[in-house]
Write a protein that binds this ligand. Structure first.
Ligand SMILES: Cc1cc2nc3c(=O)[nH]c(=O)nc-3n(C[C@H](O)[C@H](O)[C@H](O)COP(=O)(O)OP(=O)(O)OC[C@H]3O[C@@H](n4cnc5c(N)ncnc54)[C@H](O)[C@@H]3O)c2cc1C
Length: 403
C-alpha cells in the first residue's frame, strides 16, 4: 500500500548546493512562490552549500570546496557571482609574477601587478609587486630571458595538449595504471619541447613533469572533465580557460559567504529542509511523488540539482529494486548524462606546528603567487607596450580566512 504524502508542494528542488539554492532564490522572487506550501528545497546533508563548504582549523576557516572566483568579469560581461557577493569583500591574489617580452622601453610598466625591465643584455627582469604597491624595491627579482619566456610557457600548454591526445589514445585499463608523472615523462610532445627551447634552458623543461604533476596528481584515467564516453582524457585544459576576464579573487569571508547570501531569504522563510535524503522520484505520476527517508512529498514540478556523479551512479544501478528514478529517465537525458564526464578534485590541508621548510628562491616565488592570465602569449603593440601578459601557473600563499 502506497504511503500517504506528507506534504504537497507546487515545486520541489532537490539539492541545496549553489545551483539548487540559486534556482530556489530566483523562483522565490515571484510573489506566487512566497505563498505557503508552494516551494521547497530538500537537502540530504544537515547543512546547505554542497561542494561549497568550510571547516574550522585551529580557529581559522578553510574552504574545503570552492574558494576561487575565476575572473570577476568586465563592465560589459560581469561575472554574476560578483554581483551577489556580500559587500564585495574580496581581494586579488597577492602579487603576480609575469613573464613579459621586450617592451622596447627600458623601465616600461608591464601592466597591473607587474613591472618588467629590460636589461642591456636582452634579459627582462621580472618583479613581483604587491598589487597595491608601486614600490618595486619590496619585490624580489626573477630574471628570464625575453626570447625564452614566451616559448617556455608555450611549451607548457603544448605539453598539456599533447597529454590530452595521449589520454584519449590510452585504453582505460592502461590509463588506470599510468601516473601523471609517467604520462608526462613518456609523452611524445615532451621531446618536441626540447627542440623549441635553447639548450641552456632545458633545466626548466626538466622540472616540467613535476610542475604538471603538481597541478594534476591523479592517474591518467581520472583526467576526464571533457572525455568522450568510456574514454579517459585530460581536464588539464581547464586551467587554460578563463570563464570571465578580470581579476582572479578569493573572498575575504570564504566562498560560503556566497551560499549564505544566495540562500538568505529562503533560509529565513523556512523554504529549505536539510537532513532529508531523497530515495526515489516517481516522475511520471501526477503530482510527482518524492519518496524520502523522512516520508513522502509531492510536487507539480521538480527541479533535480543532484551532482553528475550521483546521476551516473544511478544509471549504473538501474536494475536494483529501488531505483532513484521510476520509471527510468528518457533516453535523451540518460544519453546526456553518459556523455558528460568529470574529474576528481580533492583538497588536502596539512597543518604543521612550525614552518620547517627552507625559504629558497622557488618557495619564495610560490609564496608571492604566480597568478594571472594564463592563456594569451605576451605581445608588444605598436606603442611598444606589452599586451596579454603570460604567467606560468597559479600558486598563492593566500588562503582566504587565514590571518
Ligand atoms: C575541492 C573542490 C574545489 C573547488 N574549487 C572551486 C573553485 O575554486 N571555484 C569554483 O568556481 N568552483 C570550484 N569547485 C566546483 C564547485 O564547488 C561546484 O561546481 C559547485 O559547488 C557545484 O554546485 P552544485 O549545486 O551543482 O552541486 P553540489 O554542491 O554538489 O550540490 C548538490 C547537493 O545535492 C545534495 N544531494 C545529493 N544527493 C541527494 C539526495 N539523494 N537527496 C537530497 N539531496 C541530495 C548534496 O548533499 C548537495 O548538497 C570546486 C569543487 C571541489 C570539490
Amino acid at each position: 500500500m502506497a504511503s500517504k504524502p506528507r506534504h504537497e508542494y507546487d515545486t520541489i528542488i532537490i539539492g541545496a548546493g549553489i545551483s539548487g539554492l540559486a534556482c530556489a532564490s530566483r523562483l522565490y522572487e515571484h510573489n506566487y512562490y512566497k505563498q505557503k506550501g508552494k516551494l521547497l528545497v530538500l537537502e540530504a546533508r544537515d547543512r546547505i552549500g554542497g561542494r561549497i563548504a568550510a571547516v574550522d582549523v585551529l580557529g581559522n576557516r578553510l574552504d574545503t570546496g570552492a574558494n576561487w572566483i575565476h575572473g570577476v568579469g568586465t563592465d560589459e560581461k560581469p561575472n554574476p557571482l560578483v554581483s551577489i557577493l556580500p559587500h564585495k569583500r574580496y581581494r586579488e591574489l597577492s602579487g603576480t609574477v609575469v613573464f613579459g617580452r621586450k617592451t622596447g622601453r627600458a623601465g616600461g610598466d608591464g601592466g597591473a601587478g607587474c613591472d618588467t625591465r629590460e636589461t642591456p643584455d636582452g634579459w627582462v627582469k621580472v618583479r613581483h609587486v604587491e598589487p597595491e604597491s608601486t614600490n618595486s624595491d619590496q619585490a624580489g627579482d626573477l630574471i628570464v630571458p625575453s626570447e625564452v619566456a614566451g616559448p617556455l610557457s608555450g611549451a607548457l600548454w603544448q605539453m598539456l595538449g599533447s597529454l590530452h591526445e595521449t589520454a584519449i589514445r590510452t585504453s582505460p585499463k592502461k590509463a588506470k595504471a599510468t601516473t601523471m608523472l609517467d604520462a608526462v615523462v613518456h609523452d611524445p610532445g615532451r621531446k618536441e619541447m626540447y627542440a623549441t627551447i635553447p639548450k641552456a634552458h632545458h633545466g626548466s623543461l626538466d622540472g616540467m613533469p613535476q610542475t604538471i604533476e603538481g597541478i594534476e596528481a591523479a592517474p591518467l584515467v581520472a583526467q576526464s572533465a571533457e572525455h568522450l564516453e568510456d574514454q579517459p582524457s585530460m581536464s588539464l585544459a581547464e586551467y587554460a580557460l578563463d570563464d570571465f576576464e578580470g581579476d582572479q579573487v578569493f573572498l575575504q569571508d570564504g566562498y560560503t559567504a556566497v551560499v549564505h547570501e544566495v540562500a538568505r531569504q529562503i533560509a529565513t522563510d523556512g523554504i529549505i529542509q536539510t537532513g532529508i535524503k531523497v530515495e526515489q522520484i516517481r516522475w511520471d505520476e501526477d503530482p510527482i511523488r518524492v519518496v524520502t527517508d523522512s516520508g513522502i512529498f509531492t510536487a507539480k514540478q521538480l527541479v533535480c540539482s543532484l551532482p553528475l556523479g550521483v546521476l551516473k551512479h544511478e544509471q549504473k544501478t538501474t536494475n536494483v529494486s529501488n531505483p532513484l528514478f521510476l520509471p527510468r529517465l528518457p533516453e535523451a537525458k540518460t544519453k546526456a548524462m553518459s556523455s558528460l564526464g568529470y574529474g576528481t578534485l580533492d583538497k588536502i590541508f596539512m597543518v604543521y606546528d612550525n614552518p620547517w621548510w627552507n625559504h629558497g628562491p622557488y618557495l619564495d616565488i610560490l609564496k608571492k603567487g604566480l597568478v594571472g592570465s594564463t592563456t594569451v602569449a605576451a605581445q608588444t603593440n605598436s606603442d611598444g607596450d606589452i599586451e596579454g601578459l603570460d604567467t606560468l601557473t597559479g600558486f598563492t600563499d593566500e588562503l582566504s580566512g587565514i590571518a
